[in-house]
Structures are given as C-alpha cells and as structure tokens.
Design a protein around this ligand. Structure first.
Ligand SMILES: [Zn+2]
Length: 482
C-alpha cells in the first residue's frame, strides 16, 4: 500500500467522465456506486450530504441514490485539521432505449433469397439481430439468406429454423437464388496424434451446428440442407476415442449425426472446412481432442495456458486507490505458473509483461500452444446500478458445456484460496470462454472496486494463497481422468 502524504486530496475514480466532467452519462437507475480515495485517510467524507466510510488506506466505496434534482454527485471531505475539499460531478441521464423491431423493409430484401458466403473466421450467428450467439459458422460456409433486417441476414437452417448473421461476416452472391440438396454418402474416422478427425465430404459447405452432450459423452452434429445416402462409414482400427457414429434423417433436409465417445469427458473439438477451389466440394472436418494420458503426478506433462487479463494500454477495472486490474492479474498468473510447474505442468502465459494483447490473439495463442486447459485471470467490477455491498467476492465463468466441470472444480478451490464471499458460477459468452478446443474458463478472483478486496489484491500473500489453491484444483481436475 503506498504511503499517502501530501496535501488534502479527493480522487474520484468512478463515475468518470469520458472527456470532460459534463460528459458523465448515467443509466436510469435508482442508486449507483461511486468509489475513489481521499487524503489524508483520516478525513471524513460525505457524498450527497450522507456520511460515507473511509478505509484505513483512504479508499471509499458508496452506493448512493442518484440525485436527479441536482443532476450531480456532490463530494465533501473534511481533514482532521479542518481543511475542506468539495467536488461536484454533474451527470446526464441516458435516453430511454428505443425498441428495435426486425423490420424487413431494407432494399436488400428485393435481392433475396440468395446465397451468402461466410468470409471471416470468428463469425457468429444469432437467435435474432442483436440477440444471443447460437452458432459459429467457420469461414467458407455457404448459406441461403431469405431476408435482411437490422444489419443482419436471416439464414435458413431447417424447417422453421433460422439464424441471423451480421452483414460484416458475409458476402452476398445473388447469382444463386437457392441451395441444392446436399447428399452425404460417406464419412471416415481418422486417429491422429492429439485428435481424432471425423471427415464428412459434401458437395457444398452448408451450415451446421454442433451440440455437446458431455453428460453422455456425445457430440451431435446437425447438417442443414443435407440428406443421407450413408451406407458406409469408415472407422479407424487404431482409434480408441470414437465408439459409434449414428445418423438420423431428422427432417427432410436435416441430417443429424451422433458421435458417441469412449470417454466420460469431452476434452475439446474444432470443426472447419477444407474446400476444393475448383470443384467447390467441401470436407467438413471435426477434430475431437483425445483425452490426455494422466500419470501418477496428474499435472505432469499437461499443457496449461494462463491468460492474465488486460495489460499495456488496457488497464481493465480500476480500484478506489487506482490499482489497475492488469497488475494483480499478471502477478497471480506468474505465481500460478510456478505452482503448476512445480507439479510438472507445461505452462504458457498469453502475456508475461505489461503489454497489450488482443482478445483473439489470446485465444489463438492457447489453440496454437495446444492448451489442455485455458484459464483467463481477472478481477471484477460492477455495472451502474448494482450494489457493491451485496455483489462482491470470487466468481467463475464458463460458456461451453465441456468447460463446466473445470469451472465447478476450480470454483471450490478459488473460494478456498481467496476466502472471499462466493460470487457464484456464471454462464457467459466471453471471448476467452468461447473456444471449443479445450476446457476454457474465466476466473474473477475478487472485486477490485471493493476497498477490502483491492487491498488484498496488493498483497502477495493473498495472491500466493489463491495461486496455490488453484494449482491444487487443476491437479484434482486432471486426476479425475485417471
Ligand atoms: Zn478484467
């Protein structure tokens, strides 16, 4: 903790104006939080006339009613010597959100139906424009768009089933007004070093969806616009992962494949297209990660990627005494790396200095290093209107079903390590939780905006306890594969 001397001061970290102080935009909430620090720490502080606790290091955190009469936050500090500091932060209320319908009157609709081609990696389709992600069609996918609204094409999947995809991910090809029925006549299983590949040749790279069923050790693939002519499937005699492939013509134009695995866990997978540029024929390859062979020391040889959140020009959340999240994220990662290496793991960090790394590059790093587990390390903050005295502590996030076991296991060990309030388990579509190639989770050790927790994040003993406990948790997780 820095020694705080010098003249009386009031540092309001949040709310923060983007450019000038007149720029603070508040959502329409009854109450919200404000935090920062005062100097000297023995000063008293009132916000909007109400006394507020000041921590021993000068930090403060308050949950105050939004004063919509004066439209400002008013701060008053009085030092023990009687010096007063006043500050007023005016704010504006955000305008009411206008509801957007999915009106299909855009002129593009006159050119539809037509084909679209997915031209980018990382494309996502949604349940409705601006709504939840449902699938992640790889580059090369060809789909039939039947309408356009709110910047998104609506693509046809099966009878009555659609998905929406943002215009920026696709190119429109109006020379084709339909998609022919695609028949599937063969497929093959091929064992490789770390993966088992399922190869499905198709005359066109049509939309597909993969659903995980880890509870029964099964992956389900839906091919939209496909009809089965399957009378042969080639298993690989040396493969030990794929137990059985079953198919079902679920609807006229929906072929469903069920891949039953010889494994009680799904360790990750990746689907991609190989398209022959002259014939347009495509092979859908689904790589399924083979379970790791666990030795007597469960972490020996396991490849683990740790991702210290933010860094460089991206500080992340900032605490009341201006501790930037990127710092404890990296400190914890470095300590956890040591603990894991002591147990025999091979550990890589997405950044090992205070450098700027983009989200996609972090995910690519984990994939390229063939991570068998990906942990993104963060510290939390709240959105306007949430009460920081109710919501704080340690939490864990996951997105893919096969990552849930890792999330639940490490949540127990995280709570044991931090000793903080249980902030719970969350399903959330976060970039670092989204990869399918390995179990991937995001850990929020503490709430950096909470003065008690910010203090702990400056304390190496706290980080060291947390790192040791997470290392034990990873050992437990891999040990259960034996
Ligand atoms: Zn963060």
């Amino acid at each position: 903790m820095p020694e705080r001397t010098g003249p009386p001061a009031l540092d309001v970290v949040y709310p923060r104006a983007e450019r000038s102080e007149a720029d603070i935009l508040m959502p329409r909430v009854d109450s919200t939080f404000t935090f920062g620090s005062v100097n000297p720490p023995s000063s008293s502080l009132r916000i909007n006339g109400v006394p507020v606790k000041v921590w021993t290091n000068g930090a403060f955190l308050a949950f105050v009613p939004l004063d919509t009469v004066t439209s400002q936050f008013s701060f008053l500090t009085v030092s023990p010597g009687g010096d007063t500091t006043r500050k007023a932060l005016p704010f504006r209320l955000m305008s009411e959100a206008r509801s957007k319908g999915f009106v299909t009157t855009h002129p593009l609709n006159q050119r539809l139906p037509a084909r679209i081609n997915i031209t980018q990696d990382g494309a996502a389709s949604r349940s409705a424009p601006g709504h939840a992600y449902v699938q992640f069609p790889p580059r090369g996918t060809v789909a039939l768009a039947d309408s356009f609204a709110a910047g998104c094409y609506r693509i046809r999947l099966a009878n009555g089933r659609h998905a929406w995809i943002e215009e920026k991910f696709a190119s429109l090809d109006t020379t084709y007004r339909d998609i022919p029925v695609v028949s599937v006549s063969t497929m093959a299983v091929r064992a490789q070093d770390r993966w088992t590949a399922i190869e499905i040749p198709l005359s066109l790279p049509i939309p597909f969806a993969i659903a995980e069923k880890p509870e029964v050790g099964m992956l389900e693939v839906e091919l939209f616009g496909a009809v089965s002519r399957l009378n042969r499937m080639d298993y690989d005699p040396v493969d030990s992962l794929v137990w059985e492939i079953r198919w079902q013509q679920a609807e006229d134009n929906l072929l469903r494949l069920q891949l039953f695995l010889n494994s009680s866990r799904i360790w990750g997978y990746k689907a991609f297209w190989a398209v022959d540029s002259t014939t347009g024929r495509a092979t859908l390859t689904l790589n399924i990660r083979r379970p790791p062979y666990i030795e007597r020391r469960p972490l020996k040889g396991r490849i683990i990627v740790l991702d210290p959140g933010h860094g460089g020009s991206q500080p992340g959340s900032v605490g009341p005494t201006r501790l930037a999240e990127k710092e404890p994220n990296l400190n914890l990662a470095v300590m956890l790396k040591e603990r894991l290496e002591e147990r025999g793991a091979i550990v890589f960090l997405t950044r090992s200095a205070d450098s700027t790394v983009e989200l996609n590059d972090r995910v690519d790093f984990a994939v390229n290093h063939n991570a068998e587990a990906l942990l993104s390390l963060h510290n939390n903050a709240l959105s306007d209107g949430e009460n920081p005295f109710i919501t704080h502590g340690s939490g864990v996030y996951y997105y893919q079903p096969h990552s849930l076991d890792l999330a639940q296991t490490l949540r127990r060990y995280l709570l044991k390590g931090t000793g903080l309030r249980d902030n719970g388990l969350y399903y959330q579509n976060l970039a670092l939780c989204r990869p399918t190639e390995m179990p991937a989770i995001l850990i929020e050790s503490a709430f950096i905006m909470h003065p008690d927790e910010e203090m702990l994040l400056r304390d190496d003993r706290f980080l060291s306890r947390t790192a040791s406990s997470l290392a034990e948790g990873l050992e437990d997780y891999f040990d259960r594969e034996k």
